[in-house]
Design a protein around this ligand. Structure first.
Ligand code: HEC
Ligand code: HEC
Ligand code: HEC
Ligand code: HEC
Ligand code: HEC
Ligand code: HEC
Length: 453
């Protein structure tokens, strides 16, 4: 073999190494030594009061902690730290002392675990993935993040596939060259990598074309799904961890929406009630309408750590992972209190008649338009929709139609201020009040920056 083909085959080796490295890397991610199930139990029993796997709490997020120790101190000290963090600090280890300082000199108490227990715990931590719509909904009223990882994974896979094809083809070429060498045949003219790739593609144009075509179709369809996702919300009704019923609670029992969604008048988010809110009643109400209902209420007890026999909390809580139903993309700003308080918009206008629903769903345009007709305590809603719920067109449509009562706004209110300002500028005022209504749109509710970060 001549130098050049050696060089090329070296390149191929490098490529193969990269591919191998990638696979062993992903393999490592999943195959930590240690047992995930044991680790989960140990983590919940010993560490969960101060640590989340993936978020800071009293102590830092633990994902990647072992690597941080190996990088900044040593693996030995990592185990020592967990068992007795004070000893590593006392020894003057720089990383340990920095951690201690960064976390406000709060010592992490010594832990009753051994090395294999720690391996189990970190096997669990590294394998941990936040449940899709985390109970963040409970903590901060939303912002649950959809994992984008799966599409990334497909892209990586597609990339890998291309590399593998290239490597295989390269190896094939090299073998052929080797065979020719052996038989003393003359080697064909040496080509650069680009040229040989091109000529290879041409020689194999049949299945090369098919592969490229298939890859393009795959990518396009993935892209399409993502794109279509943008608008497909209507009637979305995910299965929830507890078969909670709005009809029973908000309808029959007449509980006010704001009793449970209590941030709705004060903040951007309406928030999903925490399990404590349910326990206000369910400490005593332990039976539903039928056996199913009773079993569902038992799930509340499991989440709250309530022992129905001793009537006391066991301290072992397990958050209810409600699945987020309404989900605007991150680039959109939507504020509940602005609509409910300042705008005086009824929940029904956007969420339909929840008193007739079990768990929530995204209402269809038809549901929203019929709310006024089918519900006795809802006179006539003034906005008729044509665009699918939660799309941009839907917001805009309502902003075009909804009017704001400027002249009647109470003294000192936001609209009163606008009214005063408009009055000073008679010309604009007249322009706006020509039809005697000021719509949200006319007030600026159609400006991109109002809704987009
Ligand atoms: C009472 C609270 C508490 C408990 C319980 C606790 N930790 Fe910690 N942990 C901390 C604090 C606080 C820190 C930050 C360092 C400091 O202030 O000393 C920390 C730091 C750590 C670090 C270093 C993180 C890094 O980024 O390098 C590891 C590893 C760790 N803890 C593991 C555990 C494990 C495993 C358990 C359970 C067996 C556990 N901790 C239980 C409070 C706690
Ligand atoms: C102008 C339309 C509109 C009105 C009025 C409205 N909502 Fe919403 N609601 C939305 C939108 C849009 C979302 C999705 C927000 C997001 O994904 O950031 C949402 C989300 C929610 C959520 C999920 C948690 C959250 O905050 O994201 C709850 C619960 C909720 N609304 C309850 C209510 C209640 C209760 C009322 C009445 C007091 C109400 N909404 C009034 C449009 C509205
Ligand atoms: C203000 C009191 C109150 C609150 C707060 C409350 N519930 Fe209830 N819930 C009740 C009552 C009363 C019943 C029994 C209704 C019946 O049997 O007709 C019930 C029944 C249920 C049932 C059984 C339904 C069935 O089909 O039989 C479930 C499940 C339930 N609640 C879940 C929840 C959840 C989850 C929360 C918190 C988000 C919650 N409840 C908050 C009063 C409440
Ligand atoms: C049912 C009718 C309705 C729907 C649907 C609606 N809005 Fe509104 N919106 C209003 C009203 C009424 C106001 C005026 C309230 C205020 O600002 O005081 C308003 C005001 C706003 C404002 C403030 C505008 C300004 O000039 O300051 C923003 C931002 C906004 N809405 C965003 C949205 C987004 C984003 C959506 C869609 C996800 C949406 N709205 C859907 C009725 C609606
Ligand atoms: C007893 C507590 C309670 C009351 C009262 C209540 N809800 Fe809910 N609501 C919940 C719970 C729990 C969920 C989460 C499960 C689900 O999605 O149905 C929820 C979910 C929702 C959602 C969907 C949130 C999301 O993920 O996008 C909307 C919208 C909503 N409620 C509106 C209302 C309206 C409007 C009322 C008043 C008519 C109301 N709720 C009354 C407990 C309550
Ligand atoms: C009243 C609120 C509102 C206003 C004003 C608004 N947008 Fe949007 N926009 C949205 C919402 C909500 C979405 C998300 C729609 C979805 O997920 O389907 C969106 C989505 C988008 C998207 C993503 C593509 C799509 O169709 O989902 C683009 C691009 C965009 N807006 C541009 C603009 C531009 C440019 C303006 C100004 C001319 C503007 N928006 C004004 C609410 C608004």
């Amino acid at each position: 073999m001549n130098i050049k083909s050696l060089f090329i085959s070296n390149k191929i080796k490098h490529l193969a190494l990269v591919v191998l490295a990638f696979f062993s890397f992903t393999y490592n991610l999943h195959a930590q030594d240690g047992d995930v199930a044991t680790g989960e139990a140990l983590f919940n029993g010993n560490c969960a009061s101060c640590h989340f796997p993936d978020k800071d709490m009293t102590g830092p997020a633990l994902k990647g902690a072992k690597d941080r120790w190996i990088e900044n101190s040593s693996e030995e000290n990592f185990y020592k730290w967990v068992i007795n963090s004070g000893s590593v600090i006392a020894e003057g280890d720089a990383y340990a002392n920095k951690l201690f300082k960064d976390w406000n000199n709060t010592p992490m108490p010594a832990q009753n675990v051994d090395e294999s227990g720690i391996n189990d715990i970190f096997a669990y931590i590294e394998a941990y993935e936040p449940p899709l719509p985390v109970d963040q909904v409970v903590d901060n009223g939303g912002g649950a993040v959809e994992a984008e990882t799966s599409s990334l994974y497909w892209w990586l896979l597609a990339g890998l596939l291309i590399i593998v094809i290239a490597v295989v083809a390269g190896v094939k070429g090299n073998l052929a060259a080797l065979a020719r060498d052996k038989e003393g045949e003359e080697q064909p003219e040496q080509l650069t990598v680009g040229e040989s790739a091109r000529s290879w593609a041409w020689r194999n144009r049949g299945w090369f074309g098919v592969t490229v075509f298939a890859a393009m179709i795959l990518m396009l369809s993935l892209g399409m799904v993502k794109w279509l996702d943008l608008g497909v919300y209507e009637d979305y009704k995910p299965e929830q961890p507890i078969a909670y019923s709005h009809e029973i609670h908000a309808g029959d029992l007449g509980i006010d929406c704001k009793y449970c969604h209590n941030a709705v008048t004060k903040s951007k988010h309406a928030t999903i009630p925490s399990v404590n809110v349910c326990m206000n009643c369910h400490k005593t109400v332990n039976e539903g309408r039928d056996a199913d209902g009773t079993a569902e209420i038992a799930k509340i007890y499991e989440a709250a750590g309530w022992d129905i026999d001793t009537k006391s909390y066991t301290g072992e809580t397990k958050p209810i992972q409600w699945v987020k139903v309404h989900n605007l993309p991150d680039h959109v700003y939507f504020n509940h209190s602005q609509h409910v308080v300042a705008g005086g918009v009824d929940c029904k206008q956007c969420h339909g008649n929840m008193k007739k629903e079990d768990v929530a769903r995204v209402m269809t345009t038809e549901d929203l338009n019929n709310v006024g007709v089918t519900d006795e305590d809802w006179a006539e809603n003034d906005v008729k929709f044509t665009k699918p719920t939660l799309t941009m067109g839907w917001c805009i449509e309502c902003h075009r139609q909804s009017s704001v009562d400027l002249a009647g706004a109470p003294d000192g209110s936001y609209y009163n201020e606008i009214h005063e300002r408009l009055l000073k500028d008679k010309k604009t005022y007249k322009e706006y009040l020509e039809d005697d209504v000021v719509t949200v749109g006319e007030l600026g509710g159609l400006e991109c920056a109002k809704c987009h970060y």
